[in-house]
Design a protein around this ligand. Sequence first.
Ligand code: 6R9
Length: 655
Amino acid sequence: MSDHTKQGSKDTVKALLVENRVFPPRAEFKGQVDIKDAAIYAEAAKDREAFWAGCAAKLDWFKKWDTVLEWEAPFAKWFVGGKLNASYNCLDRHIKNGLGQKTAIIWEAESEGEQRILSYDDVYTAVNKMANCLKTLGVAKGDRVAIYMPMVPEAAFAMLACARIGAIHNVVFGGFSVDSLRDRINDAQAKLLITADGGFRRGKIVPLKETSDKAVAECPSIEKLLVIQRTKSDVNMKEGRDHWYHDMMEKADEFCEPEPMDAEDILFILYTSGTTGKPKGIIHTTGGYLTQATATTKWVFDLKSEDIFWCTADVGWVTGHSYIVYGPMANAATQVMYEGTPDFPERDRFWKIIEKNKVSIFYTAPTAIRAFMKWGEEWVNKCDVSSLRLLGTVGEPINPEAWIWYHKHIGKEKCPIVDTWWQTETGSILISPLPGVIDTKPGSATKPLPGIEAKILTEEGSEVEKGGGYLSITSPWPSMLRGIWGDEQRYKDTYWSKWEGKSYFPGDGAKKDPDGYFWLLGRVDDVMNVAGHNIGTMEVESALVDHPTVAESAVVGISDELKGQAIAAFVILKEGNEPGKEEEDTLKQHVANKIGAIARPKKIIFTAELPKTRSGKIMRRLLRDIAEGRALGDVTTLADASIVESLKTKYSEEG
Ligand code: 6R9
């Protein structure tokens, strides 16, 4: 293992890669892990198509494919000519294999004590009946169905019921507003909306039906609403248009033939707003998506039959699609699904759920981990989380300090951590350690998974062997997006124009260290240029969070007459620390010590919250607007709009 600490001290940007702590898989873990042999990487690279065909063969196909891959860049078709059904693969085949009694979902309501335990038989029956309800409501193969639901098992049933009859689901996160819901329904031209009377969030009712009513008033394509009862709140049911799920389910037939879908038939559309621009309807098809979501769930989490898996994402995000619904269920996993927030009724709720259900695999986001750090380890220390054997993260780069905290306080220094890099567009995890094979380094997603070819490229497209550049996926993979709904040109422009259609551009910056490890640096739009040096926001943020008083930070570049750009840092202090001039100077100096004087923030703005998308990603674009005193750009994907307003006021007051 090479020693990165010897890098030239003047090379400011590389300095933060002086994260030389290395965590090899522990012997106990290695002793039981399914994939132990690093040879899988070379094997897959030798013949990628054969490798993925081997993974596809683990699913049940009604008809085998004729061709593994047809690649006419930038359009891929995988498993051409094959026929299968995703709901069949997630349910029927397990029941045929005698697993009907196995627990599929342990659902924890937000209110403590309320729990539902559903076997694969239970889910199978519900999905079949619901599929029949959809048919009764006039939904046919190829129709789009919008799903706007709280985190209840019926959200998963709805997705699988669509898959069963070949309808294309379009899940819209239950926290989105009227306008966001309306736009996503209209863009996809959905015929049916599946929603609920409401959902619970921190003890309050989120009025989903009311929001739905307002949205569909401006959605001419919507013919019917199917409404699940969760909160039993009073809602308007429009005669002829709105139907109660429980009424329809009572009368529904128990079996619905699964529709044989072409491998390339669309399974779902999912809108990604990311941190920039108008939402794009990302298209995923059936065969390739299911193959890779299923395989990666098994390898990355070392998933075994007896595991209790818990992914804390919402089904409204791609993580919920791939690692709550399709990946775990295609593997016949037992999983926890939780309705609420980590701090309800108290800040130990996640740890209580782990203790109660003996969760063994826990997959969450860095933003959540930083919140746990801010709250302090006393919350987890009250609970017995010794059932955990593997931890994962997704959604953002994880700064080394948060990684170490997660490792120490949640994993008790025994659980490997898989930092998984992927996107809505990639459909499943592409860069992540195989936990029994790869030594992990805090803050690095390590290496591309077997079967994935990823490189770091320069603007011109030449490969960077050591150092920074643009992340690129250089050959097609089964679960890649097949396009943007209704906008082929935007698909080509956004993802394939950078290197003339040859290579996929995810929009992220990355660096490779001398061991060939990938360090994700965030969106390239966020990279700062200070006096001619490219500095990733991630690097300065990591340096700040490395200081004991800091819980979270977000860094942006602001115009500077002298240096082109200077650094402004928004900082959330850990509870019990005082903001002020002294703290500000200490933190500036700390960053200068960690990275070099070039990265010393010009301004530090203390704040209690940061503007985030509803999936927890920091919206640096808005922070730049604030820091530059500009009018705010599009704020529709913001989780809490009041945060930017108060930051704006604060910023202008402090100058
Ligand atoms: C799965 C998901 C995708 C963007 C992606 C990148 C960031 C996700 C990451 C990560 C560093 C990781 N991202 N995982 N960055 N390390 N492990 O989050 O999909 O919502 O589409 O976001 O999230 O910037 O490009 P999505």
